[in-house]
Design a protein around this ligand. Structure first.
Ligand SMILES: [Zn+2]
Length: 83
């Protein structure tokens, strides 16, 4: 019997556990074989635990850069108050 990796893995395999879920965005599930699925809207990415951990760090690094870039752009509400 083939290992199931359907879009809705919770219904497809009772051994699949939902690790987290955000309404309107998606979920993270873990299959009985240890594969982690990142389910975002209509797309599902399957990763092993190490790759999933690396993905978190990758996204964190990208967010740090985005925040640094945002600090470099003058913000409308950052105009200094003049007495
Ligand atoms: Zn599996």
């Amino acid at each position: 019997m083939p290992i199931l990796h359907d879009y809705d893995p919770i219904d497809a395999d009772p051994k699949t556990k939902r690790l987290a879920k955000t309404e309107g965005l998606g979920s993270v599930t873990m299959c009985g074989c240890g594969t982690i699925s990142l389910n975002v809207q209509t797309t599902s990415i399957r990763l092993d635990l190490q790759a999933f951990a690396q993905l978190l760090l990758l996204c964190s690094d990208a967010m740090d850069v985005l925040e640094a870039m945002a600090r470099l752009v003058p913000q409308p509400d950052a105009v200094p108050f003049i007495h």
